[in-house]
Design a protein around this ligand. Structure first.
Ligand code: DX5
Ligand code: ZN
Length: 224
């Protein structure tokens, strides 16, 4: 397993929305590296979640970077609103976007970091021609749309392929993030495969332990 620092990105999809500010502040105190905001439109994925208003409110309670994972059909229509609300980075999907380069350039023009997300059935090779424009790659380890799903182990070899592509083409300058079903059991597998940023929702925000205890458990699982 790699010994470099692994970043944790708590996904607020699993948070208690009535205590959202509190829970994000606790995640920050417990050493979260960024906050992952899952945006769903009921069209690109069969679920609804939250919009820019949530980012605007969170911007007041945390200094952590806020990353917007846009699971929506027309990301170009919304990036400016999210940027103005305080989003620092965007993850946009390869799937269903006929003009991905335009979306990426549009985010760059706003001065924000940008990453491309790929679903479990999408090959890492689709990243080849866009990789040089990216700050992040997000490999989905569940089908997007819902929290609390099981990590798809079949995606592990793809994480390794994405790691090789990044190391060959832009060593050190592009994050490899994994999203979906990450917990104390699967986190070490994702890291061993090459991930350096882990999104975790239900493993961090749940009723059985505090956010602090949950994050410590994940970090402990990652210690060699
Ligand atoms: C799924 C989202 C994930 C999700 C992760 O579509 O992109 O970020 O919130 O939640 P868990 O960690 O519970 O799988
Ligand atoms: Zn996500």
């Amino acid at each position: 397993m790699t010994t470099k620092a692994i970043k944790l990105a708590p996904s607020i999809l699993a948070a208690d929305f009535a205590r959202l500010g509190e829970q994000v502040a606790e995640a920050e105190r417990a050493g979260a590296d960024r906050i992952h905001v899952d945006v769903m439109d009921g069209h690109f994925v069969p679920n609804l979640s939250m919009g820019a208003a949530v980012v605007r409110s969170l911007r007041k309670v945390t200094r952590l970077p806020l990353e917007a994972h846009l699971m929506i059909s027309n990301p170009d229509f919304f990036v400016e609103e999210f940027a103005q609300a305080g989003a620092d980075s965007f993850l946009v999907h390869w799937e269903g976007n006929n003009d991905l380069s335009r979306t990426v350039q549009c985010i760059r023009a706003l001065g924000k970091r940008v990453g491309v997300a790929i679903n479990p059935a999408t090959a890492a090779s689709v990243l080849e021609e866009i990789l040089q424009d990216l700050d992040q790659v997000l490999v989905m380890t569940v089908n997007p749309g819902f929290g609390h799903q099981h990590f798809l182990h079949t995606v592990l070899p793809k994480i390794t392929r994405a790691r090789q592509m990044i190391d060959q083409n832009m060593p050190g300058s592009c994050d490899l993030e994994v999203d979906g079903g990450v917990d104390a059991t699967t986190a070490p597998l994702a890291v061993a495969a090459g991930a350096d940023v882990l999104v975790a929702g239900s493993a961090i925000f749940n009723d059985s332990e505090s956010v602090t205890a949950a994050m410590e458990r994940l970090r402990t699982a990652l210690r060699p």
